[in-house]
Design a protein around this ligand. Structure first.
Ligand code: FES
Length: 127
């Protein structure tokens, strides 16, 4: 069975059947996916709010591919489009992906507005 390791929850290990939704697996294991008021103000897994975002540190190839809703969120949603800067290869919406192998994730990633990754990205008009 695939294993999910939650790095910022004392490396908690969760074994799940293949094809399990990542958000459901995390919540069933008692891992807090949301921070602050987002615990109550979220879209309940519909892929609309972006509050369930996680950073996939290992095993991205073992998650389902990004679907249209997830791509739309990280491109056009104000929160998603900024949150993914600097994390293009590792940020996923946990409610939109299924687990097909071992993965290591960080839940509740910090918004990196002042970090070096944010400011190091060239804007299209700076090229
Ligand atoms: S719970 Fe809203 S996008 Fe995942």
């Amino acid at each position: 069975m695939p294993k999910i390791i939650v790095l910022n929850e004392q490396k908690k290990e969760i074994e799940v059947p293949e094809g399990t939704n990542l958000r459901v697996a995390l919540r069933d294991a008692g891992v807090e996916v949301y921070s602050g008021l987002e615990k109550y103000l979220n879209c309940r897994g519909l892929g609309l709010c972006g509050t369930c975002a996680v950073l996939v540190k290992k095993g991205m190839e073992n998650l389902s591919k990004k679907n249209l809703r997830e791509r739309f969120h990280f491109t056009f949603h104000p929160k998603g489009a900024f949150a993914i800067i600097g994390h293009e290869d590792e940020m996923r919406l946990s409610c939109q992906c299924t687990v097909h192998g071992d993965v290591e994730v960080e839940v509740r990633p910090a918004f990196n507005l002042s970090g070096e990754n944010f400011w190091s990205k060239p804007f299209p008009f700076n090229k």
